[in-house]
Design a protein around this ligand. Structure first.
Ligand SMILES: [Zn+2]
Length: 450
């Protein structure tokens, strides 16, 4: 069955135009003003009038919790939430149980996804104290990269950013993309002890950014940048949360030539420290959500291309795991279903154009990872598409939330934009609030040169 989307406003590569789009054999076959349906009856025709067609979001930082932590979420449940949110491809983190520190464990995740991931997928190889040689064996055309995100470097103490000697070794030897979580653990420990002296175990949540402070981020990011630059190696910085860090990054180089790239996450662009009072643990993330100046400055850094992409850091925990006092409430929260709708609020209030938004959620993700045949609306590319109504308000409720953990930091929020349909490899996988297909996504493929 072929599909034609008629008279839809296609937003792609910095401009928009109204045309018809023909989808056949998983791919975008034709984009033309008026496509003739030859052999009517074998066509599924969709009226796109008044709607927008975007390339699906490619989210390079999610925690889907499988294997080992499946009470929080799994590849099946979270990939469904992702496609409902217009995310058609994702890259997943290694802090599952066991941690993804061998090629064998990495392949096991691909095997699970090949059976039940609704979106396209790639899985990061984890890096830790004892697996450098193993981690370096990944095939760059088949695996998105190496990361320490969510992992402890040295048993239960410290993260990789605190081990410059090891970073040196990693960057000297690696020809893969290395993506890092950048915070300094010593500074965080010091800040924790100081606040504990005052508040004991009940530190108010608004002090989370005082513990996971700007200084902790900047010190670690400067250290990592120095080492990566020395080796001219391919570094990607996850979830930059401060303007001070964004200002360390270069915006004079075209995206295709950057050796160092960085991202902002949805929660850091949407919330600020003013929201801790109302939302408390629900917005406790690492790195912490910081000031309004940081929130607004991160958006500006995206517009100025100091920051290159937008990701979610989707990290579900159960309601129970998010409850309790400061030290008990876990960091992280579910986001994939609401990331695009939340970012589209920024389009509505004039902070970013739709064209620039999808550059950051699709085009440039494809560029920095060198993803093959995705991330753009181009003839011959896979049909990973989102049909969007910019003016169709809806409210986030537990009933329409698809995460396995069944809560959202956006609960009760009213979004102005609604995702009407999501296509993955040409199949409609989500339509009018319903997951429609039992199709599975594909493993992402990458060009060799990073
Ligand atoms: Zn992280």
């Amino acid at each position: 069955m072929k599909t034609i989307i008629r008279n839809v406003c296609i937003v792609n590569e910095g401009s928009r135009k109204t045309a018809d789009v023909l989808i056949a054999n998983e791919r975008i076959e034709k984009i033309e003003t008026s496509i003739q349906a030859i052999g009517a009856g074998s066509f599924n025709e969709i009226n796109g009038e008044g709607l927008y067609l975007l390339p699906g979001m490619i989210d390079d930082q999610v925690h889907f919790r499988e294997p080992g932590l499946t009470h929080k979420g799994n590849i099946f449940s979270e990939s469904r939430a992702a496609v409902a949110g217009g995310i058609t491809s994702y890259m997943e983190m290694p802090n599952t149980v066991p941690n993804t520190l061998t090629l064998e464990l990495l392949e096991e995740k691909y095997q699970i996804a090949s059976k039940n991931s609704m979106a396209n997928y790639s899985f990061f190889m984890g890096i830790s104290q004892n697996n450098l040689e193993e981690a370096l064996k990944i095939n760059n055309e088949d695996v998105c990269g190496i990361t320490d995100d969510g992992l402890y470097f040295n048993n239960d103490k410290g993260i990789l950013a605190n081990y410059p000697d090891y970073l040196e070794k990693l960057f000297a030897k690696s020809n893969a993309l290395v993506a890092l979580h950048s915070e300094d653990d010593c500074i965080i420990h010091h800040n924790t002890n100081e606040l504990r002296k005052i508040y004991g175990e009940d530190i108010p949540f608004q002090f989370h950014p005082a513990i996971r402070s700007e200084e902790a981020c900047v010190v670690a990011t400067k250290r990592i940048l120095e080492i990566a630059k020395k080796h001219n190696n391919r570094l990607h910085l996850f979830h930059i949360s401060t303007v001070a860090e964004a200002n360390l990054l270069d915006n004079t180089i075209p995206i295709q030539e950057k050796r160092i790239t960085a991202e902002a996450c949805v929660h850091h662009l949407f919330f600020s420290d003013k929201d801790y009072e109302q939302l408390g643990a629900k917005i406790k993330w690492n790195p912490a959500i910081k000031t309004q100046e940081d929130r607004d400055g991160l958006l500006l850094a995206l517009l100025e291309n100091k920051l290159d992409i937008i990701a979610t850091d989707h990290a579900p925990h159960t309601v129970q795991e998010k409850n309790g006092s400061y030290f008990k409430a876990m960091s992280g929260g579910p986001l994939v279903q609401h990331a695009l709708p939340a970012m589209l609020e920024l389009v509505h209030n004039g902070s970013i154009s739709l064209e620039k938004l999808i550059e950051k959620t699709s085009h440039h993700v494809a560029e920095i990872y060198r993803i093959k045949e995705r991330g753009y609306i181009r003839e011959g590319y896979y049909a990973d598409l989102v049909l969007l109504d910019l003016n169709n308000p809806w409210q986030v409720t537990p009933a329409n939330t698809l995460y396995k953990c069944q809560w959202s930091p956006f609960e009760n929020t009213c979004f102005k934009s609604k995702i009407i349909k999501t296509f993955v490899n040409g199949n409609i996988v989500y339509e009018d609030g319903i997951i429609r297909s039992d199709q599975v996504g594909k493993r992402l493929k990458f060009s060799k040169n990073r």
